[in-house]
Design a protein around this ligand. Structure first.
Ligand SMILES: *Cc1c(COP(=O)(O)O)cnc(C)c1O
Length: 422
């Protein structure tokens, strides 16, 4: 079930009719459901509840809005951050320092120092050089940095190449054959406390098989590291479980079956297990609400030109991603159309030859499943201001991010004094 349903012919988010939000805030606007975020968070917690003391760290990059992070902090979630900026946003939204994992292949010394200063659960370190740098940063601050080494398990995730992260040719992690040497070296670094291993093989996984293979390789590696004399008390299994974008396709595995897999494969490891779900928690908690500007004839079928564009939602052009698109007040008849934005690129296409509700200029539409990797990837390309974001809670709603002001865009540029005004 979702919290975006038709009631008396009008699409609502929880108890709020979407036209009310469009009237007050304008379009395009992202609309998020508190109830969905909470339900997904609780489903995930339930799925891993049989494990001892699991730590669920929401992957902030999926949706870094402070309101979303605050809901999840309230559900006991930690945060998986991949930059100093995400670290600060998570802390500012109320995520406990002791529940923050710092991932990413290119952490700088400044980012390391910032997170050490503020505190965290661990860094997921991706190379031996990174461990050396982190050690010297920590020593200079009189601290020791808790780390896990991110392992590249060399597993094909079976997802889009741009979001596959666990194959040998991907930039992420150290290969399993190097892991013992990395731990040996780390045990001699004065600023490092190596406590575990981590993996994250990719995003929008629609099968458990690659996860099972990666988990079992990680289990073997833990045995091997222990035999080499290392204490392993943490295993971070990453995120990646997919969600349903297209209801006509088979649904991805449920959080419960994912949890059962983890129990079967990882419970005997005798470690604290960490999870970093992102998309799964917020993906279907958001829609992008947009207004039809006009229709235009095309060679085969009409173009529906909406006021949202690739700068607001990049997934279709970046990943060839499929999003359900529908009218907010459907008239009951259908049309085949290309649904496109106003940006001057042919890639600014949300759907091609799509069977959709018949719409006219001025109608509202939603692009569904836009809660993850959506607003946060927005840009002001074509000098289009970043879209507003709204959070609904029952019959209440509030703007949780103001629409960007074009004046602010203009003010941000500086014309050098040597260019004479005309
Ligand atoms: C992006 C990312 C995640 C979250 O992936 P989802 O597919 O959104 O669950 C988790 N861990 C790391 C290290 C990531 O980079």
């Amino acid at each position: 079930m979702t919290d975006f349903e038709l009631r008396q012919g009008v699409l609502h988010c929880e108890d709020v009719p979407l036209p009310a939000i469009a009237d007050a805030v304008g379009t395009p606007v992202y609309v998020y459901s508190t109830a969905t975020v909470q339900r997904r968070a609780r489903e995930f917690k339930m799925a891993v509840a049989a494990l001892e003391n699991p730590l669920v760290a929401f992957a902030v990059k999926a949706n870094p809005n402070a309101a979303i992070l605050a809901i999840l902090a309230g559900e006991g979630f930690g945060a998986d951050v991949v930059s100093g900026g995400e670290y600060r946003r998570a802390r500012a939204a109320g995520v406990k320092a002791s529940k923050i994992v710092f991932s990413g292949v290119g952490k700088t010394a400044d980012e390391m120092a910032g997170a050490l200063e503020g505190g965290l659960f661990q860094f997921n370190v991706e190379s031996r050089d990174e461990a050396e740098m982190l050690s010297s940063v920590a020593v200079s601050m009189g601290r020791r940095a808790p780390i896990s080494f991110r392992i590249n398990p060399d597993v094909a995730a079976g997802t889009h190449a741009k979001i596959s992260t666990g194959s040998a040719q991907d930039k992420f992690g150290i290969n399993a054959a190097e892991a013992v040497a990395a731990f040996n070296r780390a045990s001699k670094l004065p600023g490092i406390e190596a406590q575990g291993v981590a993996i994250h093989i990719g995003s929008q996984l629609t099968s458990l098989e690659p996860l099972e293979l990666a988990f079992s390789r990680l289990g073997e590696l833990i045995d091997q590291l222990r035999r080499a004399g290392h204490q392993i008390s943490v295993a971070d299994l990453g995120g990646g479980l997919g969600i349903s974008y297209d209801a006509t396709k088979p649904a991805p595995p449920s959080p419960a079956s994912y949890g059962a897999l983890v129990e079967r494969v990882a419970q005997r490891w005798g470690v604290q297990l960490l999870f970093e779900p992102g998309r799964l928690i917020v993906g279907d908690a958001g829609v992008l609400l947009t207004e039809v500007i006009r229709l235009k004839n095309g060679a085969n079928h009409p173009f529906v030109i909406v006021d949202a564009a690739m700068n607001d939602l990049m997934r279709p052009t970046l990943y060839e991603a499929w999003h359900e698109i529908e009218a907010v007040t459907p008239r009951g008849d259908r049309m085949v159309a290309d649904i496109v934005g106003p940006v001057c690129e042919s890639g600014d296409t949300f759907a091609r030859a799509r069977q959709s509700d018949r719409v006219e200029a001025g109608d509202l539409m939603v692009i569904r499943t836009a809660g993850a990797y959506a607003a946060t990837m927005g840009s002001s390309y074509n000098s289009r201001p970043l879209a507003a974001e709204v959070l609904v809670n029952g019959s209440d709603w509030t703007v949780v991010r103001e629409r960007q002001d074009v004046e602010a865009l203009i003010r941000g540029d500086i014309i050098p004094t040597w260019i004479k005004p005309v």
